[in-house]
Write a protein that binds this ligand. Structure first.
Ligand code: FPP
Length: 250
């Protein structure tokens, strides 16, 4: 792909979420074990984080491990946790240098303690950074996130005197892992499957979706810029007519 993608700097998506799929197929196509695909996928993560920071993206959310991924063969789960730990250890200095703050969306308590410790250290040491917010979705599932929010709201109704009529979109959003962050403007899924895989189901209500055939380890800067360029061609209507949307440009 030629280095020719031109972006409008005034219309960079504030929040980009990515379902990083296709690592296994990438490896299988090369006759390698699946883990080699994940390993190569880490290089894509590094590149996309770097470019996001340079473009001025405010929030990048990467689906690194779902609640369902625990069902994979233990050897693959172990390898993924190992890659995550290495990534966090080796990337800390770079994240600090690039003013990136790391956060985790998901059931942090399910992450093995030796990985969780590193994760918490990186979150803590980057918490004051003011550039890109990098959300790693780890042991994340949208339905379990919603259950957590509903339970907490129910508890507040019973114990704290919250009036159930006060429960609105804003209050629900404020009880999700993504509280305080804008909803994704753009959702990218690599690997060509048209599925949401239990990812940010509440938050992506009005996101633009780009499904690309490119497998995650092959998804690099130029592919990312092309996705954003495609996003910039879309008219976001938020339920309004095209004419209304053009007039109000929300
Ligand atoms: C899906 O590909 C990918 C995953 C389940 C893991 C994604 C993990 C990484 C990119 C590396 C670790 C992440 C970080 C942040 C260091 P798949 O295995 O389902 O691919 P397939 O559909 O081709 O089998």
């Amino acid at each position: 792909m030629a280095e020719s993608v031109k972006l409008n700097p005034d219309n960079i998506p504030a929040h980009i979420a990515i379902i990083m799929d296709g690592n296994g197929r990438w490896a299988q196509q090369r006759g390698k074990p699946r883990i080699m695909g994940h390993r190569s996928g880490v290089e894509s993560v590094q590149e996309i984080v770097q470019v996001s920071g340079e473009l001025g993206v405010k929030v990048l959310t990467l689906y690194a491990f779902s609640t369902e991924n625990w069902k994979r063969p233990p050897i693959e789960v172990q390898a993924l946790m190992g890659l995550l730990k290495n990534y966090l250890q080796s990337e800390l200095a770079n994240l600090i240098k690039n003013d990136v703050s790391l956060r985790c969306l998901g059931q942090k308590d399910k992450i093995p303690p030796e990985v969780r410790q590193v994760l918490e250290k990186v979150i803590e040491q980057t918490s004051g950074n003011k550039g890109l917010i990098l959300n790693l979705a780890l042991s994340y599932g949208s339905r379990s996130e919603m259950i957590m929010a509903v339970q907490e709201l129910a508890r507040k109704c019973v114990e704290d005197g919250l009036d159930y009529r006060q429960i609105d979109e804003e209050l629900i959003s404020a009880h999700l892992y993504t509280r305080g962050l804008p909803d994704p403007d753009l959702l990218i899924r690599t690997g060509g499957e048209f599925r949401l895989s239990n990812f940010l189901l509440w938050q992506i209500s009005y996101s633009e979706i780009d499904v690309t055939e490119t497998l995650w380890p092959d998804f690099r800067k130029e592919n990312f810029l092309k996705s954003i360029a495609d996003f910039q061609q879309r008219q976001r209507r938020f339920g309004k007519t095209g004419e209304q949307a053009q007039a109000t440009k929300r």
